[in-house]
Ligand binder design. Sequence first.
Ligand code: SF4
Length: 377
Amino acid sequence: MPADHAFLSPSSLIRWYFCPPSARLCDQFPDQGSVFAAEGTEAHALCEYLLKSALGRPCVDPRPSLQYYTPEMEESASGYVQYILEKVEAHKAAAGLSPSVFVEQRLDLRGYIPESMGTADCVIIAGDTVEIIDFKYGMHRVPATSMQLRIYALGACEVFSALYDLTRVRMAIYQPRLSSVDETEMTVADLYAWARAELAPRARLAFDGAGEFACGDWCRLCRARRSCHALAEYQLEIAKYDFSDPALLSDAEIADVLSRVDDLVAWASDVKDYALREALKGHAYPGFKLVEGRTNRRFTDDAAVAARVESAGRDPWERKLLGVAALEKLLGRKAFADLLSDLVTRPEGKPTLVPVSDKRPELITARQEFTNEKEGI
Ligand code: SF4
């Protein structure tokens, strides 16, 4: 889904839904964009082109102007198109009728979210069912139950209910880089009940700049995160342990630190980056000054260096094989698997502590093995 530019955009729904005042606060900070966002936008442009082409609709090929185009992007977009075509065929087979397929469909959300519009990657209407298919090129897993998809479904119902008698909504997230397709469904009646009871009141609070600040996962993508007092207070709560010797903390205190430390480090590094950018613009922070960073020596002319070393009878070059991820990106997932799958292995990872919700199986430590043996488990 490309970026929506509404004040309460569907793509930032989770943030303003849980932290309504963040919407007005974020408005004060420019959107810096990111490589990942730009890559995602390009992947969507390719999806749109391939899907429209497959459906026999006119569309300009964006590939010549894509900066981040790779075989992996082509393969991901082609897989998405294939997935939709299979859905269309399934509907035809089930009902004997061609469903209506809408690509990059504008959605009207204003009945529930002030001044908000959105764009769905693909909407399929077949009989009494509306299907929303969302392509995600990112590596952060998004479930089909995400509220973002619900509001696309709501927007589609708002647009199409006058023309079709819709009673069911299906939602799917196609996430090729995680080899994941997640699907869910609900009734149109339940969707509207949720929109009236929960979505609209939260959207009103966010639009009015009211409600309470609330920290959570959504802070990671908040433009105000470097200046937000609520987040700073939340992150610094960990300081209550007063840098005690870890051996003196209780298990519950250590678990608390473990659950927060990654976010704290990411936030602190964000604040550092932000302060540097501001300092470069001339802002001064008490007790700090800008200096030139330390650097390493480097050659001024690689070719001249190579020529001199070769003429001295030595080889100055090193040749390195690309890594697994880089080669997969270069070849595309299918070609990579065909060519190299028998030559890829995954070494044992270093033991690491993660929340129990993590999907990886628990490691059995030597002590547990000993206890299990003793207890005959
Ligand atoms: S950083 Fe978090 S708590 Fe602060 S405004 Fe943003 S979403 Fe809300």
